[in-house]
Design a protein around this ligand. Structure first.
Ligand code: GLY
Ligand code: MN
Ligand code: MN
Length: 445
């Protein structure tokens, strides 16, 4: 019996992938798209990290193997979808697990032709010479980037001599990402499951955290719940108590919590290749101090106001603008900022943003197959993407009054009572026909 990587998660229906490919092939026009799988990552030396597939590649193929390339050639007479995969090698598979191999790939993954990855260089020209454009997205895999650049150079020379062949090398994301941004019903089921598991873990953390627990104990309790449900951390879980909450990418999770701390938990679950991303901040001993409560309430107001604006047709950046406006008003009320709220909130030059010492990140990101999912935020300079039903994203404002934070020049000094308070509240939002659904509403805030 063989275990394919996909059997580890319930596979999506074959028709789901076929439909995605139909739409992608139609959008490619006369272009050929070349999409490589993600390279294998290593923890150290030759110790492999858990494999995480490239989002574009997985979206269109469902294949969860490294060293594979998918080619889409809508203009090709016979082969519009071609896979290049690792050849079968039973000896190597004993070490690294099952490989589908070219023979089975055609049947299992619905391609028109499949070859060994070793034949890639030789076969690629056949699939690009009839195209007007090569679509590709440059990645950190420089060897692959160079391979595609050499192919393009070869094709440009071909055109000079033969009068046909692609002249343009273009980014594939503007073609593919608009398709990925709107989630299908089965994708939404997966996201809901990833949310449900993470919600359970957050509720467990809120109910069981006591002063004196180490951050990693809280993390362990949550990740046990992810694993018990067949999930895994969607990204390194952040369990940040006390002043650690002011470190945006804190991940050491080694501090012992103390009575009087807030703990900021940013932990999401990956399930069936889809993700959730949730942040909650709560007091370890059940009660907030007055300064903690004041900061928390500003963040909560900002988050609720931002959620309120979500409905189809609204420009995406309206969410961030709304959150910033409410945060700035709150900071002025608390005496942490001074000036005109609208003027401070509307400042475009990052270096001039007076709130930036306390709020230095954007208010969210698309969410799906990747935690920071496919999709553009602006269609043109200052022209934001419009919200549409089926889009999923996070809304995650925060305030961070770091122990070493320095107010913007000319702004009020930070009272000691606010130092070391960090709060973020993050929910996952689905745009519906009439407004939005807060997918993560089950987690108290
Ligand atoms: N935890 C990653 C993020 O919130 O974007
Ligand atoms: Mn997030
Ligand atoms: Mn997060």
């Amino acid at each position: 019996m063989v275990t394919t990587p996909l059997e580890l998660h319930p596979p999506l229906p074959a028709e789901e992938y076929a439909e995605r490919r139909r739409r992608f092939l139609a959008a490619l026009g006369q272009g050929t798209a070349i999409l490589p799988s993600a390279p294998q990552a290593y923890l150290h030396g030759d110790v492999e990290a858990g494999y995480r597939q490239d989002g574009n590649f997985f979206y269109l193929t469902g294949l969860n193997e490294p060293q594979a390339v998918a080619v889409f050639a809508p203009h090709h007479g016979e082969h519009q979808f071609v896979l290049f995969v690792l050849p079968k090698d039973l000896e190597k598979e004993v070490w690294t697990g099952y490989r589908v191999g070219p023979e089975a790939a055609k049947e299992l993954y619905g391609c028109d032709a499949a070859f060994s990855i070793e034949e890639l260089d030789q076969k690629l020209p056949e699939y690009v010479e009839g195209a007007t454009c090569i679509y590709y997205h440059p990645s950190r895999d420089e060897a692959m980037n160079e391979k595609i650049y050499r192919l393009w150079r070869q094709m440009v020379n071909l055109r000079q001599r033969k009068g046909y062949g692609p002249t343009v090398l273009a980014d594939v994301n503007p073609i593919l990402h608009p398709l990925r941004m709107v989630k299908s019903p089965v994708e939404l089921q997966r996201i809901r499951q990833a949310v449900a598991i993470a919600a359970k873990a957050h509720i467990h953390a809120q109910e069981t955290t006591r002063p004196g627990m180490f951050e990693y104990e809280i993390q362990a309790g949550m990740e046990a719940i992810f694993r018990q449900h067949g999930g895994a951390p969607a990204y390194p879980s952040i369990v940040a108590s006390g002043p650690n909450a002011c470190i945006l990418h804190y991940g050491d999770n080694i501090r012992q919590t103390q009575a009087g701390d807030l703990v900021l938990i940013d932990a999401g679950c990956a399930w069936g290749c889809y993700n959730s991303d949730i942040t909650r901040t709560f007091p370890v001993n059940g009660t907030m101090t007055r300064p903690q409560q004041l900061i928390y309430e500003v963040v909560l107001r900002a988050q609720l106001a931002a959620i309120e604006v979500v409905k189809p047709g609204v420009p995406y950046d309206q969410i961030h603008k709304t959150a910033v406006r409410v945060l700035v008003e709150g900071l002025i009320d608390l005496g942490l900022l001074r000036g005109d709220a609208a003027e401070i909130a509307n400042e475009k030059d990052e270096k001039q943003q007076k709130y930036r010492p306390y709020y230095m990140h954007r208010t969210g990101h698309w969410l799906g197959l990747e935690v920071h999912d496919a999709g553009i935020y602006y269609q043109d300079k200052e022209v934001a993407t419009l919200l549409a039903p089926g889009q999923v994203f996070t809304i995650e404002p925060g305030l961070y009054i770091g122990p070493h934070a320095e107010p913007f020049a000319g702004q009020p000094a930070i009272p000691d009572e606010f130092r070391g308070i960090g709060v973020r509240i993050e929910d996952d939002i689905l745009v519906t026909e009439t407004g939005c659904e807060v997918l993560t509403a089950a987690v108290p805030k």
